[in-house]
Design a protein around this ligand. Structure first.
Ligand SMILES: O=C(O)c1ccccc1N[C@@H]1O[C@H](COP(=O)(O)O)[C@@H](O)[C@H]1O
Length: 191
């Protein structure tokens, strides 16, 4: 896993409104996530998730985020990637876990995530830096800690949800802007 000179991939998760997708595109995010597990405070019912995915299509890649593959059944055909917390035999799998992946070569992405949308940051184990493929780090990242994580682990990408919200599912354009700038190392002092 190494970022080299490539700009770090930055995903924002838990979007619930069309205008939030517009913000993600305008601010230069690389992907958006729509949460389709009913256990989340950011839950988008299938019909709404499909509508949002249609709105984003051709503008920014969309991840359907859930705990299990079964929870993505009605939306999987409408998104680019399925981000779940279990293994599944699908080509567009982003496996999210706090344990090392058994078969990283089978994954489109591996998300190191010990938070599952809780917004809680915890120390990231050293082995994360050695996972091959597209490794995305998530879990309690914010505009203040993301640059340190990118520097320390050199991941393919980072993902954020809680810290760019004013309430669950209610994203702040200002916070989204600060996060992506910090992740890419372009934040201004004091900003
Ligand atoms: O966002 C959620 O509600 C969620 C629910 C269930 C599984 C994953 C979820 N989100 C993912 O959690 C991580 C980290 O989020 P946070 O920044 O700590 O709030 C991220 O990968 C989201 O895609």
């Amino acid at each position: 896993m190494s970022s080299g000179q490539r700009p770090v991939f930055v995903k924002v998760c838990g979007l619930t409104q069309e205008r939030q997708i517009d913000w993600a595109v305008e601010l230069g995010y690389d992907a958006v996530g729509i949460v389709v597990t009913p256990k989340s405070r950011r839950y988008c019912p299938p019909e709404r998730a499909v509508a949002l995915a249609g709105y984003a299509r051709g503008r920014i890649p969309v991840f359907a985020v859930a705990l299990t593959y079964a929870e993505t059944a009605e939306v999987a055909g409408h998104v680019d990637t399925v981000q779940i917390y279990e293994s599944a035999d699908v080509p567009n799998l982003a496996l999210a876990s706090a344990a090392p992946p058994e078969r990283p070569e089978d994954l489109q992405y591996y998300f190191y995530d010990a938070s599952a949308g809780s917004g809680v940051f915890a120390d990231i184990p050293d082995w994360v830096a050695d996972v091959p493929g597209r490794v995305v780090i998530a879990g309690g990242l914010d505009e203040h800690n993301v640059a340190r994580v990118v520097e320390a682990f050199g991941p393919y990408g980072v993902d954020v949800s809680s810290s760019v919200e004013t309430a669950p599912g209610v994203k702040s354009r200002e916070k989204m802007a600060a996060f992506v700038a910090a992740a890419r190392g372009t934040a201004r002092d004091g900003g």
